[in-house]
Design a protein around this ligand. Structure first.
Ligand code: MN
Length: 259
């Protein structure tokens, strides 16, 4: 297997393997989830300068930052949801459980027409008709085109006049298929969360969080550049900070793509 590692590094350095950054920039404008006002809220990312080659520190530049665990391109650990409370925090996920094959489901044209579109079993079975069964240890990534809205918080949230957010998501049936009949690491989306904007009104509420985390599976959100991945064959690596007891963490998510 040493040859595999040699080929990996040779491929990256020689350009026969592409490394695609799936991560959005993290700054004070990074869109964050807003909950109804009776609930506790997350805070925006904020950076505080400590010193910058000046009288606070002549040779060095560094910052302190504050952020929520669920800010920007980030990972949801199983314990993020009540159903997964005993199924693991970010620090307990083994690194091998964060590296997997990318199954890319392209729903962009559908989401252009219908902002409330949901990933369904038909989308998954359609992918399987072209590429075979979703492999064990896959990251199932849903391409909605929502990443292009990331720098415009209003467009990303896409709220109507009543404040209801119209953002695509994952159906209960798709989450059940992926957790009960396939063996995936988790799902990844371009949107602010792994459930639809209106998912609080679904039965059960937030079905993907409920089912995915209840099954000990993971979520990745606010991904970008999914259009640079093939439908099958890429490898995704998404590593959270090892926050003890953390329910989630910003990640630097990358994909390795042949050719
Ligand atoms: Mn989250």
């Amino acid at each position: 297997m040493q040859e595999v590692l040699n080929s990996l590094v040779g491929g990256i350095r020689g350009g026969t393997l592409r490394v695609v950054d799936l991560t959005q920039p993290l700054n004070g404008d990074t869109p964050i989830l807003e909950l109804p006002e009776q609930w506790g809220q997350t805070i925006p990312f904020k950076s505080h300068e400590i010193s910058r080659y000046d009288d606070r520190g002549p040779f060095w530049y560094w910052n302190t930052f504050e952020t929520g665990e669920h800010t920007g391109t980030h990972l949801d650990a199983p314990s993020h949801w009540a159903t997964g409370r005993d199924k693991g925090t970010v620090d307990t996920i083994p690194p091998s459980g964060l590296i997997g094959s990318a199954v890319v489901i392209d729903m962009k044209s559908e989401c252009d027409r219908d902002h409330d579109a949901l990933l369904s079993p038909d989308h998954l079975l359609g992918w399987e008709s072209r590429h075979g069964q979703i492999p064990a240890g896959a990251w199932v990534l849903v391409r909605t085109g929502w990443a292009s809205r990331f720098s415009d918080a209003a467009a990303y949230k896409n709220a109507d006049a009543d404040g209801n957010s119209h953002v695509p998501g994952i159906s209960k049936d798709a989450a059940e298929l992926l957790t009960q009949q396939r063996d995936i690491l988790g799902v990844g989306v371009e949107t602010v969360g792994t459930d639809a904007g209106m998912a609080g009104t679904f039965d059960p509420p937030f079905p993907n969080h409920n089912i995915m985390h209840g099954a000990g599976r993971l979520g990745l959100t606010s991904l970008v550049n999914l259009e640079q991945l093939p439908e099958a064959g890429a490898v995704v690596i998404a590593l959270p900070l090892k926050i003890e007891g953390g329910s989630g963490s910003p990640v630097r998510a990358i994909a390795l793509v042949a050719g």
